[in-house]
Design a protein around this ligand. Structure first.
Ligand code: MRU
Length: 347
């Protein structure tokens, strides 16, 4: 499997997810501003991958600061952190990663600038490695809810490409597959950015996991015909009450799942759970360029001048969610209590 993000010669290298599956291009980021731009432009996307990229970008940025005066270094570093945090608004992993990197400075009040640079690089490496381990744990916890024979529907791409490796929702699929379960995946194409058709179909094919592509609007019909046994999606931010912001279209899927009695699960690391946000209403929802809706793969698909809307995420109310699968286990209702308890295990 191609790594989503890695170091090369002290630069941050990412596979360009805008080009997949047609081209395997790599983007080399030599400055933190280039990493922030790569996040904004969706070279790298998916909440955990965005978090890891931000941490690596900050380590890169710290290393480029010339001053050996600690106060000056801190001032520069905080400015880079502020810029990085503006890259995208919804995925909490971005803010979590920026905060985690800032804590390195607080935890080492007497460290020299040289030591801080090393400590920040070590922390970014830790986050990169930890994300893969976390996804394996999510997979193991989540595969327990996958029937021995099942068609599992997923939305967007919550796979290896959306993380440092293995995936969250697709981590559950991979773990069930590795456990010998007879499963196949239905991948929603995920308009408008097509993460499902371009990325999920591609990465499952690489692993020889059977995958069938559907357009987003086909999901309800297939559920009503008993063709879906389980839905697992990722998350960009989980509020304290268990409301989940995820790729636009997730909410419709969850409502249809309830109507058709299909269990609907969310798979996400604890870094995606934001207890500072009481409910989904307070989660900022990114609005992207309407051109992503009026055009597809560079081709206009609407009359010139058509007005379009492009909210990139929606919020699924907690009542539609059967469980939230994390690296510490599966949280169930009442989420306010169970999520708080799980988060405290990670502190
Ligand atoms: O706009 P994207 O592609 O960054 O949105 C990604 C999603 O919505 C994913 O489902 C979510 O980040 C979880 S990825 C493990």
């Amino acid at each position: 499997m191609v790594p989503t993000i890695t170091w090369r010669d002290n630069y941050v290298v990412m596979i360009d997810q805008r080009k997949l599956p047609f081209k395997e291009n790599y983007v080399v980021c030599k400055t933190p501003a280039q990493v922030a731009k790569a996040i904004r432009k969706m070279v790298i996307r998916g909440a955990p991958a965005i978090g890891v990229a931000a941490a690596m970008g900050l380590a890169l940025g710290a290393n480029r600061i010339k001053s050996i005066n600690r106060l000056t270094f801190e001032r520069h570093f905080l400015r880079i952190c502020e810029q990085m945090a503006k890259a995208r608004p919804t995925a909490s992993n971005l803010f979590w990663a920026v905060q985690t990197m800032q804590e390195v400075l607080k935890k080492h009040p007497t460290a020299s600038v040289r030591e801080l640079k090393d400590l920040l690089r070590t922390k970014a490496d830790e986050l990169l490695a930890a994300d893969q381990a976390i996804n394996r744990a999510i997979g193991l916890n989540g595969q327990t809810v996958v029937p021995d024979e099942a068609t599992v529907l997923t939305h967007c791409n919550a796979g290896a490409l959306a993380t440092a490796g293995y995936g969250t929702a697709l981590g559950v699929v991979r773990a069930a597959w590795e456990a010998g379960k007879n499963i196949q995946v239905l991948a929603d194409e995920t308009r408008p950015f097509l993460q499902g058709s371009r990325l999920t179909a591609w990465e499952l094919q690489q692993d020889n996991i059977p995958v069938t592509l559907i357009t987003d609007s086909m999901a309800g019909y297939l559920m009503s015909k008993g063709r879906v046994q389980l839905i697992v999606v990722g998350a960009d931010r989980v509020a304290a009450n268990g409301d989940v912001a995820n790729k636009i279209g997730t909410y419709s899927l969850a409502v249809l799942a309830k109507e058709n009695k299909v269990p609907f699960y969310v798979a996400a690391p604890l870094s995606t759970i934001d207890l500072s946000v009481p409910t989904g209403d307070e989660i900022p929802i990114e609005e992207r360029d309407p051109r992503e809706v009026t055009h597809s793969l560079g081709q206009a698909i609407a009359p010139a001048g058509t007005t379009a809307w492009n909210p990139a995420f929606d919020v699924t109310p907690n009542r539609f969610i059967e469980g939230i699968i994390t690296e510490k286990g599966i949280a169930r209702k009442p989420y306010r209590k169970t999520l708080k308890a799980m988060k405290s295990q990670s502190a």
